[in-house]
Design a protein around this ligand. Sequence first.
Ligand SMILES: C[S@@+](CC[C@H](N)C(=O)[O-])C[C@H]1O[C@@H](n2cnc3c(N)ncnc32)[C@H](O)[C@@H]1O
Length: 506
Amino acid sequence: MSDDEHRARRGERQRPPARERSARHRSEQRPSERARRTDPARLTAYTAMREIADGAYANLALPRLLRDKRLTGRDAGFATELVYGATRMSGLYDAIIASAAGRPVGKIDANVLDTLRLGAHQVLGMRVATHAAVDETVALARQVNGAGAAGFVNAVMRRISERDPDEWVDLVTQGITDPVERLAMRTSHPVWVAKALRAALIGHGAATPDDVEASLTALLEVDNEPAKVSLVARPGLSSLDELEGWGATRTGLSPVGAVLDEGDPGAIDAVRDGRAAVQDEGSQLLVLALASANVEGPAAADERWLDLCAGPGGKAGLLAALAIERRIPFVANEISEHRADLVWQTLAAARAAARDADTSLKVRHGDGRDMGEVDPAAYSRVLIDAPCTGLGALRRRPEARWRRSPGDVAALAWLQRELLSAGIDATAPGGLVGYATCSPHLNETRFVVADLLKRRDDIEVVDARGLFVDASGEQLPALREGPYVQLWPHVHGTDAMFFALLRKTG
Ligand SMILES: C[S@@+](CC[C@H](N)C(=O)[O-])C[C@H]1O[C@@H](n2cnc3c(N)ncnc32)[C@H](O)[C@@H]1O
């Protein structure tokens, strides 16, 4: 990376007129006059983009490629920002590329389009100096798309770099009259996602129809900001002091949480051993809430805990640690064999601790919908972290917004109801069921619980707000009227986790 790019990554503008003149001169050269190759960071970013186009997940594909290419430090950071930014912003960038190219992106070869998305992000999203962004994108195109494509990329990149980001947004939104659709384009979200999140903000009481635009804007903008790396110190296995020793900082939000501002969490001994883990603080808080609520009646006499949908094991890791401290038997269930294996690995440290404490910790591979029949009324606390669209964690999964569709919400709705019903069947009278999603979509959250409350007479809702307490014991702010808890990235700094707490009454 050049000095300009390092400055750009620090957010400094670097576009002196002389360089601009030089950029114009260089970009007006025929691509064949500039036959050099691009740098490994951009090439790796391009390879990741192609894998993502084939269905890979950015958070899995990119770290593997960075390792294979031995990219570390600033180069790894640069490649990561390129891939995450170009993928997240591809809705907006595609509109800009189409305008600059004078043709719909459907008529541009998919490989070339990815090269252009990476180039657009450097110019519009990263403030890499224009000449470097254009030259390197053309060099990348020459290397991976061929000489013919490089000429086209050169022309499109030159046009993109003629306007600043605000001018482009104005241009590509000028024909859009609906304000939510305009916002969706500006913040690069599918329109249906922006509309669903708008309805969720209102439906969960976080905004009114009159003031929702400001909240929606803040929410959609946060989706485009890199999420901090949050860590959990699993109680009894690690501690916040230990994580601080590795450079993490307590946030004060989760009593067991810290953030790592820089560095690889995988380098931390406790994370490698499974005594600590990377985990959103909203997820930590809902596990702590379920574990700290009062169970009553027969459930209180014989505590046993169940995580019904445990893969890959993040919440099970925290729940298991808490169960072991209290010598409570714990079962983590998961339907996917591969993900059940991941739970087994994630719980390695907890399994050892359970053996030492002579308490039971089991990983079950099976359909959670059967648990009501397999283990009826057997558990005192059941967590149902249901499969969902993940619309509350878009900042962590750059490709997710483009993969999901409204049909997914409908397809998941029935499964979510069946899992919640089975979880209730598996709960002993007086016991608690925590229903969670990393989506605030009303059809995956309130409506699922409301439906079960209508169909069953053996459950009641417990107000969960008082159980969401920060490191100093204070209830989290802005939890609205309850009884459910809906966290928001733009308010709480967590993923948009939903949590409903139900008590089995009969
Ligand atoms: C949101 S994820 C759970 C995340 C997990 N609690 C964690 O914190 O790491 C939902 C999980 O439910 C699993 N799942 C889907 N259908 C299921 C079913 N019928 N029974 C049990 N698990 C299921 C999925 O494979 C997925 O691993």
